[in-house]
Write a protein that binds this ligand. Structure first.
Ligand code: 6PG
Length: 246
């Protein structure tokens, strides 16, 4: 499917549109399948969305929280109470304020000293949750993603071996620029989602985003490799990231 691109004045408007999409997709998935599986993005941009879903009364009351299952597209190699933890960010902004059963929160065990073991354990959690046959892929109802100024998404960074993973669902990847391991879902999983929504804000991403959104040429950046096989791809941008100053 051709990617959809929607541009908004500022990050708050981006978050509000993302919240509308979230509610619509959650209601649809629960109506169709009795549950909704979401892979949350880390970083800072999605925090406004998570806070909105939890703090806005009309939104919070609409969402069938007990039917939602939350996963993470990636996690830093840190404990869940670490300031850099993607789990902690989502917990503080949203999960601590809404009636999601703890058994529906499937965090990546970033505290595991061996990042590969953390990746293996998360892969098993996905296989168990989706009751996957070998070689089968999980299909998330919604994958939320951000994009860094270098075109990375989740923890799929330029030049890393995780980009070439075609079999594993979850990879542990050394990120030289941060001198640390990350744990990340792989492209086959991201590209098997029913809906992928990128939230991208900020002028520091404009140049890379311009290339990423071009439909031509070989992919230069990891974010360009996210093309759902049979799913919807939606980019929610603020004017700064889109390079538009109205
Ligand atoms: C992470 C995210 C990462 C993030 C981008 C954009 O663990 O940091 O998964 O891929 O989405 O780095 O981050 P910002 O939203 O903070 O710009």
């Amino acid at each position: 499917m051709t990617p959809e691109i929607k541009i908004f004045a500022d990050p708050i408007q981006v978050a509000r549109e993302a919240a509308v999409e979230f509610v619509r997709l959650a209601e649809f998935a629960v109506q169709e399948r009795g549950l909704c599986s979401v892979a949350l993005a880390g970083g800072s941009t999605p925090k406004s969305l998570y806070s909105l879903l939890a703090d806005d009364e009309s939104l919070r009351q609409t969402i069938p929280w007990n039917k939602l299952h939350f996963f993470w597209g990636d996690e830093r190699h840190v404990a869940p109470d670490d300031k850099d933890s993607n789990y902690r960010m989502a917990y503080e902004a949203m999960l601590s304020k809404v009636p999601v059963p703890s058994s529906n929160v499937h965090r990546i065990r970033g505290e595991e000293p061996d990042a590969q073991k953390a990746a293996d354990a998360y892969e098993q959690e996905l296989q168990s949750f989706y009751q996957l046959e070998p070689e089968r892929l999980p299909r998330f109802d919604l994958v939320l993603l951000g994009m860094g100024p270098d075109g990375h998404t989740a923890s799929l960074f330029p030049g890393t071996t995780a980009l070439n993973e075609t079999k594993r669902l979850v990879a542990a990847t050394w990120v030289e620029k941060f001198k640390t391991y990350r744990i990340t879902m792989t492209l086959p999983v991201l590209n098997n989602a029913a809906n992928v929504i990128f939230l991208v804000c900020g002028a520091e991403k404009t140049e890379v985003l311009r290339t990423v959104l071009k439909e031509e040429g070989a992919a230069q950046y990891p974010a360009q490799l996210v093309r759902p096989f049979a799913g919807r791809l939606l980019w929610l941008l603020d004017e700064s990231a889109a390079g538009e100053s109205r």
